[in-house]
Design a protein around this ligand. Sequence first.
Ligand code: PLP
Length: 402
Amino acid sequence: MTTNVTHQITPAKRMANVSYAIRDLAVVADQVARQGHEIMYLNIGDPCKFDFPTPPHMIEAAERAMRDGFNGYGESLGEHSALNAIRAQAEAKGFQNIQGIMVGYGSGEVIEHCLTALLNPGDNVLTPIPDYPLYGAVLGKLSAEANSYFLDEENGWQPDLEELASRINARTKAILLINPNNPTGAIYSRATLERVAELARRHNLLILADEIYDKLILDDGCEHVSIATLAPDLPVITFNGLSKAYLVPGWRIGWAIATGPAAAFTDYLEAVYKLLRARLSAPLPFMHTIAPALQGPQEHLKEARAKLRRRRDLTVQWAARTPRVSLAAPKGAFYAFPKLDVPEEDISFVTGLLQEKHVLCVHGGGFGQRAGTRHMRIVFLPQEEILEQAYGRITDFITQRY
Ligand code: PLP
């Protein structure tokens, strides 16, 4: 049958504000792969694509839930067993004044609802540069603004607090902290967090704390502090989930914990709950794996941290001996964000690297960076041999190109 379509479906204008660099580059990679090249993927933070298998007790818990008939819709805010387990773990870490817990399809979904319920067009959220691009994409969709503050590379990528303070204006509704950080791997010190809390207190801002990597702390003796535990008097929403620490990103389970004074949250949480009810529920069988995850064996985490520590060290050593590359050592998660001293934009650098050496990293511009600086984000999840090979190719690319 021939069609005679003469009109185009036009995307909404707001879509001009939405981009997601991590997946956009994967499209170019597909073209390179179609030419028959094998690509080394150092771009996506999915441990299951590498040697981080899902712990067997997680699979058993999912299977059991399905066999036990948990295959319908679940509770919109989250199943009771899941909410209880999340609450118990949060309280054990020192969270007080828990006012609400919400489970969604990945932390990404709850992040989106929490921003949607908070922001009118033209409002802004203090967001870090570099940033995990989900936030910019959601803010763009809401016609709200990412009011960017810099993370300071010279200071181990800690937030630049003076600049943060100077950015606050009448339309600023919240401060976003990603700790441990994607894409820099930084972990924020207690002193930094106390100063951020003080700013939020002074300016009546909601704190949004993305702590999805809080169990992936690479060095013994380095502590992760949740800002909610330092500021029980302030409204804080902390995001977390199963994707990274329990090695099931495809199950799409994440959550938010609202802490602080009950009075601050009365209307706002009800608005978030409305959005959660409208989309019915997170996937029910996988909600039944939250309690087994948080309360079951944690050995896989020890193994994952040991592997990641070796791979981080290898990355740091490579950066130290490679011309035109410098790196503030990551302390958590599985990302490195080296600076590139190269005479071209980082998007053309990573595109050239992909086309010539078939190594896929994301350009720093996809996360934002100080004007005039260039970076790339490396995901150091692959096994050591593969990382060595990929780093060898990047070094060759740099020495041949310049
Ligand atoms: N927050 C950060 C900082 C992330 O890096 C990611 C995923 O990479 C997410 C949130 C989303 O995770 P999920 O939706 O799988 O919970």
